[in-house]
Design a protein around this ligand. Structure first.
Ligand SMILES: [Fe+2]
Length: 216
């Protein structure tokens, strides 16, 4: 992707990191985002090769790197996501950060539509989220690819197989499983064995460092 854009996004992550262990938060969120970027690129490659569908690569990769920027204010000082703000809110916190930092609406959308398979009007009402009541679901191919790619890697951090994602996602709302299956039919299931291997040591190591920092 455009190196200048990538650097600008990295600086944004650096600016918004916070908590007692800002470097750990940054490493976790940034590395997860970069993994999602690689998964999204892989899905886009397959899509172009098999169906000839063109994907805006800079927008796709920027979207992947930005989608979780709203996580920083949602973590408390001990890297829990539940104490300050509920996890769904990081989508809207992120959208506001991206907008306020001068990125266009098409970039902010990645933050707002990437949670689960997107949030519907009903989700917004049920969760009492203080945002305009409407659907926040992926619409463009780039939004769909980032949202879908994100489901294959968690910030525990771990690579999840499709069956596990499907089970996790439908716990809250069975309609999400339908939307996930639609994404699978469009984009397939990526082979992530090499990425799993590449990040195996890092995943173990950051868990050890986080637990040590938290005195666990
Ligand atoms: Fe994510």
């Amino acid at each position: 992707m455009n190196a200048e854009l990538q650097q600008k996004i990295k600086e944004l992550h650096q600016k918004h990191k916070q908590g007692n262990f800002p470097e750990l938060y940054l490493e976790l969120v940034w590395t997860h985002s970069d993994i999602v970027r690689q998964i999204a690129v892989r899905l886009a490659d397959t899509l172009e090769e098999t169906k000839g569908i063109k994907v805006n690569r800079d927008l796709l990769e920027a979207g992947a790197l930005l989608h979780d920027i709203g996580m920083y204010p949602c973590y408390d000082d001990e890297l829990n996501t539940s104490s300050k703000l509920i996890p769904l809110q990081h989508a809207f916190v992120g959208g506001n950060i991206v907008r306020s930092e001068g990125f266009g609406e098409e970039y902010a959308r990645f933050c707002e539509v990437h949670t689960a398979t997107g949030l519907t009007k009903e989700d917004i009402e049920r969760e009492n989220l203080e945002v305009e009541i409407k659907d926040y679901v992926p619409v463009t191919v780039e939004e769909e690819l980032v949202t879908y790619a994100d489901k294959f890697h968690t910030k525990y951090p771990a690579f999840d197989p499709y069956e596990m994602i499907s089970e996790r996602i439908s716990k809250y709302d069975p309609n999400r499983k339908v939307r996930l299956d639609n994404l699978r039919m469009k984009y397939g299931i990526p082979n992530l064995e090499d990425l799993k291997e590449k990040y195996a040591d890092w995943s173990k190591d950051i868990n050890i460092r986080i637990n040590k920092a938290l005195g666990k």
